[in-house]
Ligand binder design. Structure first.
Ligand SMILES: NC(=O)c1ccc[n+]([C@@H]2O[C@H](COP(=O)([O-])OP(=O)(O)OC[C@H]3O[C@@H](n4cnc5c(N)ncnc54)[C@H](OP(=O)(O)O)[C@@H]3O)[C@@H](O)[C@H]2O)c1
Length: 269
């Protein structure tokens, strides 16, 4: 029997993680969300399994995370096997670059802060809050869902000027994972960051023609970075691949603190 805490399970990859993990009745999954009632209805309608618990917690709210850990602890006798920081802010500013953002310096500053608050600090609070439970768990795995966009090599190979705040916040997340590993590796905790590839989750919510053109420009950059890239994969396939890597990765196998593609090789796309 394994217990899992996953953030951002309302949609996209997070929803797919809970769908796949709940197929095994021996798993107990705790999904952290910002709208508990809405996600519970969706889970009931689309998954309908009793081993999923939905908990209200914005990951930028450390008190809400404490309450979530208390709830989990009561259900699991104080232990937890896996925690996955999946929730993220992927805003439409990802479509543009520093020159566009610099037209509004205050807006640029806020954009950077917003991305760091959710994508970096939220994950740090999550890991700190659940670490006492992880230390009492069997699997002891702490996972951050990151992105190849955080790797300077990918940025430089195709001059990917887009996704500034997002990429920086995820690069900082990768370093936070390395720091958590430095602190907890000797206690047997595997901390690692994983890029799930490009996944068709509609996260950028493209609506206007201009946004569509900017999205095509980013897609062309991805193609330039990886000429075999044909477009995003389905959430089912990405989630399956990420979960397989989480399953096989161990501290002794050399995975402690690293940032890797779900395929364990580059290119990320
Ligand atoms: N999709 C891709 O191509 C891709 C590529 C590389 C990496 N990733 C990474 O993979 C992960 C999942 O991506 P996705 O495309 O599935 O994302 P998504 O569809 O945009 O969903 C994001 C999730 O994060 C939640 N969230 C955002 N801010 C939150 C907060 N402050 N507190 C709690 N939850 C919050 C959202 O909840 P609400 O419903 O309440 O907004 C939603 O459940 C992310 O870490 C992303 O950076 C995705």
């Amino acid at each position: 029997m394994s217990s899992w805490v996953i953030t951002g399970v309302s949609r996209g990859l997070g929803f797919e993680f809970i769908r796949q993990l709940s197929e095994n009745p021996a798993n107990t999954i705790f999904g952290l969300v910002r709208d508990k009632a809405a996600v519970e209805s969706k889970v009931t309608a689309e998954i309908g399994r009793k081993n999923i618990h939905i908990i209200q917690a914005d990951t930028t709210d450390s008190l809400a995370l404490e309450r979530a850990a208390q709830y989990v602890s009561e259900k699991t006798n104080g232990a937890l096997d896996y925690v996955i920081a999946n929730a993220a802010l992927q805003s439409k500013t990802a479509l543009v670059s520093f020159d566009t953002l610099s037209r509004d310096p205050k807006g640029l500053e806020q954009d950077v802060i917003d991305h760091f608050r959710v994508n970096t600090i939220g994950a740090i609070h999550l890991f700190n809050t659940f670490m006492p439970l992880i230390l009492k768990g069997q699997a002891k795995k702490v996972i951050a869902i990151s992105t190849g966009m955080s790797d300077p090599e990918m940025t430089l190979k195709a001059d990917i000027y887009q996704a500034t705040s997002y990429a920086m916040s995820k690069a900082a997340l990768n370093m936070a994972v390395a720091k958590f590993s430095a602190l907890y590796r000797e206690k047997g905790v595997l901390c690692m960051a994983i890029c799930p590839g490009a996944v068709d989750t509609g996260s950028l919510n493209i609506k206007t023609e201009e946004e569509g053109q900017l999205a095509v420009a980013m897609f062309e950059k991805f193609k330039q970075y990886s000429p075999t890239f044909e477009g995003p994969t389905k959430p089912e396939d990405s989630a399956k691949s990420v979960l397989a890597l989480i399953n096989r990765a161990t501290v002794s196998g050399g995975y402690a603190g690293v940032f890797l593609s779900h395929m364990e090789s580059k290119p990320y796309l």
